[in-house]
Design a protein around this ligand. Structure first.
Ligand code: NAI
Length: 244
């Protein structure tokens, strides 16, 4: 049985990805800051998928010690970790002059430094086992400009370039690294937008829709499997045509 560690697993895309991997009989460590929601979801999923194993671990992906504990916990529970999905993220809007310096730091820590910390703590074992798949959730906002998204675009833009360095450094160990770059996606994060903004995003898709979190989970699962064995260093947009 294979094992994946998914961050931001208590909600949205991370929760959908958890279900997708469990359906395919992977073992899953769900990591999230939100302890109450995450533990409840993990308990329900453990009942729904008795043939495999799902465990929740409260984690702050922006905190070095917390990520170290997650790596130790995951390895103690399951031994080999086959894949990590660095998906946890936050959105803070605004043009540069409107963003508080503390919010700038927070978004960089949660959306970018988390990937550094997760990789730093999980990749040594992957190097030893000479296999592994790392998947990061970037965003179309890291590929294009948009209004009121300065900090978020900068953070996701860093993720868009980081994937290339990581794929170059770890390819020789049989480790693949890719990003999924979602367009506007129907999760609690996106649903916080006013209806007028949601309508604007729907209208900007040639398919007249936003992406569903299950669509992102499907791409994450594909990238984690051998079907994607020759894909690395890529930033794969899943956008319903938004931003083309
Ligand atoms: P969401 O808000 O539904 O889920 C995010 C999860 O991350 C939450 O459960 C939250 O508790 C967790 N989280 C936040 N900070 C954390 C921390 N410091 N440590 C651990 N967990 C933390 O959001 P969604 O939409 O599922 O987002 C997933 C990823 O997709 C994020 O990286 C986001 O930036 C990205 N994304 C989202 C888009 C959208 O339209 N929803 C579009 C493009 C990218």
């Amino acid at each position: 049985m294979k094992t994946v560690v998914i961050t931001g697993a208590a909600s949205g895309m991370g929760l959908c990805a958890t279900k997708k991997f469990l359906r395919h009989n992977w073992q899953v460590v769900m990591a999230d800051f939100d302890e109450i929601n995450g533990q409840k979801k993990a308990d329900n999923l453990a009942t729904e998928f008795p043939k495999t194993k799902v465990i929740f671990k409260q984690t702050d992906v922006s905190d070095e010690q917390s990520v170290q504990e997650l790596a130790k916990f995951s390895q103690d529970q399951f031994g080999q970790i086959d894949s990590i999905i660095n998906n946890a993220g936050i959105f803070i809007g605004g043009a540069v002059h409107e963003i508080k310096a503390s919010d700038w730091d927070r978004i960089m820590n949660v959306d970018v430094k988390s990937i550094f910390l997760m990789t730093k703590n999980f990749v040594p074992a992957m190097i030893k086992q000479k296999s592994g798949v790392i998947i990061n959730t970037a965003s179309v906002s890291g590929l294009m400009g948009d209004y009121n998204m300065a900090a978020y675009s900068a953070a996701k833009g860093a993720v868009v370039n980081l994937v290339k360095s990581m794929a170059l450094d770890y390819g020789k160990y049989g480790i693949r690294v890719n990003n999924v770059a979602p367009g506007p996606t129907n999760t609690p994060m996106f649903q916080k937008n006013p209806q007028s903004v949601i309508d604007k995003f729907v209208a900007a898709s040639p398919m007249n829709k936003i992406v569903e979190p299950e669509d992102i989970a499907d791409m994450m699962y594909f990238l984690a499997t051998d079907e994607a064995k020759s894909i690395t260093g890529q930033n794969i947009p899943v956008t319903a045509g938004f931003g083309i």
